[in-house]
Structure formats: structure tokens, C-alpha cells
Design a protein around this ligand. Sequence first.
Ligand code: IDP
Ligand code: MG
Length: 140
Amino acid sequence: MAVTRTFSIIKPDATRRNLTGAVTKMLEEAGLRVVASKRIRMTEDQARGFYEVHKDRPFYGELVDFMTSGPVVVQVLEGEDAVARNRKIMGATNPADAEEGTIRKTYAESIEANSVHGSDSDENAATEIAFFFTEDEIVG
Ligand code: IDP
Ligand code: MG
């Protein structure tokens, strides 16, 4: 299997509860390596742009409010089959449906405040990484 990259966000519900390290530890223990990381406060424009694919969903406005409600940690993760590996350790979108041992089962507060974002394809990972990082900020 090829070593690839994915994009992750530790969301405001997790940073508020001081879970940046705890979440990162679960990512690392799942075989992912943090090759870029920064703590930012997303602007409304950034959140709207990042979640553009969801603009027609009923929760879009609330999601933008949530993602700008506190600091987030944006990360590039590297590992074998990184997109699928990250989605597996994240767990289902709704923590009520997430498997035991996943980040969302362990830490998420709700379907919205679900602690982490992870890209859902290699193509989207590349787009999302480029949204927040320049190539020189990624050190493998
Ligand atoms: P994902 O994060 O598991 O890929 P998506 O369907 O891409 O899930 O949704 C993006 C984000 O939008 C979710 O992580 C969650 O924060 C929020 N979200 C998804 N569905 C709902 C909902 O039904 N109500 C409120 N927020 C939602
Ligand atoms: Mg998604």
C-alpha cells in the first residue's frame, strides 16, 4: 500500500476541552504521522469556502458558526492509505453510530461537534491540504 497524505482538523469542541494531544495521540497510534500542524482561528470566509460542498445542506450555517467558534488545529497526516486509515480511526459522523475505540466515539459531543474532520478521498485531501498549507510548511 502506498504512503499518502490526508487533511485533518481538530475541531473547536476538542480544542475547548484541551484534547489536542489526546486526539493527536489516537491519530499517531493509528499509524498516521503529523507532517504539518497549526492552530488557527478560522475566519467565516475560510469556513464557508472549506465547507462549500455542504452549502445546500440545512446545517451549513450552523456548521460555519461552529467551526469559527474557537480555535482549530489543521494538520496534514501521512501514512499508508492515509485517507481510509484516518476515516477509520475518526469513526462515523454521528458519534452515536461510531465504533468503540474511535475518536468520535471517545470524544465527540454531537453529530455537529464531532471533534475531527478528515478528507474523504485523495483528490479532496489534496484540495483541502492546499486550502490551509503551502508545500514548504509540510515536512515529512
Ligand atoms: P464527515 O465529517 O464525517 O465527513 P460530512 O457529511 O462531510 O461528515 O459533514 C461535515 C460535517 O458537518 C460533519 O463532520 C459535522 O460536523 C457536520 N454535520 C454533518 N451532518 C450534520 C447534521 O445532520 N447536523 C449537524 N451537523 C452535521
Ligand atoms: Mg466530509
